[in-house]
Design a protein around this ligand. Structure first.
Ligand SMILES: NC(=O)c1ccc[n+]([C@@H]2O[C@H](COP(=O)([O-])OP(=O)(O)OC[C@H]3O[C@@H](n4cnc5c(N)ncnc54)[C@H](OP(=O)(O)O)[C@@H]3O)[C@@H](O)[C@H]2O)c1
Length: 284
């Protein structure tokens, strides 16, 4: 029996594996990766490495065993049909008879196009009969703090979210919740709405950046169309730019405010404050 993590060489997956290694022996952890070279450090530490790709169903043949607890990290290939990709993992988990299949989803109220693949995957997972845990992850702090260059270049936070608020948390917080579910008991057939303890607005984010940089950074609210144009101008393909700008429209409607308390309850500690993530990003 193993705890198996897909997307283990991604940002979230790496946090999950690191935190698992603090709790269980390395030989009980399997990292599913596309590139074993990227996982060489994990192999060295005794983690079992399995090479598989959501696009190639046979790579998942025999990968899982009965009783495994599996974390399916949602893919990032938006143009490749993520529901079909995730179905490959669900089918393999069903065939093996895993004890739990946890999936990194999106908040329940999120109506933006980005959520469509998550709703489709949730449906497939529930329809499979495999014991599931839906980890409906809210937004990452890092979506913002890893993209500070244009903000600092123009002393402006540009978003199409009006006065909407977002309960973001650090990737490490969401990883800790996943680890709690994978190593704990009684999480079968449960849905968690995960988000940071504090929701913030973009005006507050700009104020925090001003405080920490000593510069005057303003919030410049724009329309969804204008933001799509700005993102396209910065080199993003138009469809992706529209999807990302659509998330801001959801934020304006309050769809990324998560007030369930599930994240801090699962991890047993408060979520990382945005100010801390800003400080880390400015230092790095
Ligand atoms: N909640 C949020 O704010 C937020 C923000 C961005 C994304 N997300 C979602 O959450 C997921 C995890 O976030 P993240 O920051 O860890 O993203 P990430 O760093 O882009 O990681 C994505 C992981 O998925 C793996 N992957 C992609 N396509 C695959 C395929 N065809 N077969 C097998 N593995 C595949 C990647 O493998 P490689 O390591 O080989 O590239 C990578 O490990 C993302 O993929 C996305 O679905 C959520």
């Amino acid at each position: 029996m193993s705890i198996v993590v897909t997307g283990a060489t991604g940002h979230l997956g790496r946090h999950v594996v690191e935190q698992l290694l603090e709790k269980v022996p390395a030989e009980q952890v399997t990292a599913v990766v596309r590139s074993p070279q990227k996982a060489a450090d994990l192999a060295e530490r005794g983690v079992r490495i399995a090479v598989a790709d959501y696009n190639t169903p046979e790579t998942f043949d025999g990968l899982f065993a009965a009783g495994d607890k599996v974390l399916l990290v949602s893919g990032n290939e938006f143009d490749k049909g993520r529901v079909r990709q995730h179905q490959v993992v669900i089918d393999a988990a069903k065939t093996a008879g895993v004890a739990l299949l946890a999936y990194t989803s999106a908040p329940g109220p999120l109506s933006a196009a980005l959520a469509d693949d998550h709703r489709g995957t949730e449906e497939a997972l529930l329809g499979s009969g495999v014991p599931y845990a839906l980890l409906r992850n809210g937004w990452y702090h890092e979506n913002y703090t890893e993209n500070l260059a244009p903000v600092l270049a123009h002393d402006a936070v540009v978003a199409a979210a009006g006065e909407g608020r977002v309960s973001s948390a650090a990737r490490a917080d969401y990883a800790a919740a996943a680890v709690a579910v994978l190593t704990g008991e009684g999480h079968e057939n449960t849905t968690y709405e995960l988000g940071g303890d504090e929701a913030w607005s973009f005006a507050e984010y700009a104020a925090e950046l001003s405080r920490q940089t000593g510069r005057e950074i303003v919030y410049n609210p724009v329309t969804v169309e204008a933001l799509t144009g700005i993102l396209t101008g910065a080199g993003l393909p138009e469809p992706l730019a529209a999807v990302l700008a659509g998330v801001d429209a959801s934020i304006e409607k309050g769809e990324l405010v998560v007030d369930s308390g599930d994240l801090s309850r699962l991890t047993g500690r408060p979520t990382t404050p945005l100010a801390e993530a800003v400080a880390a990003a400015l230092k790095g």
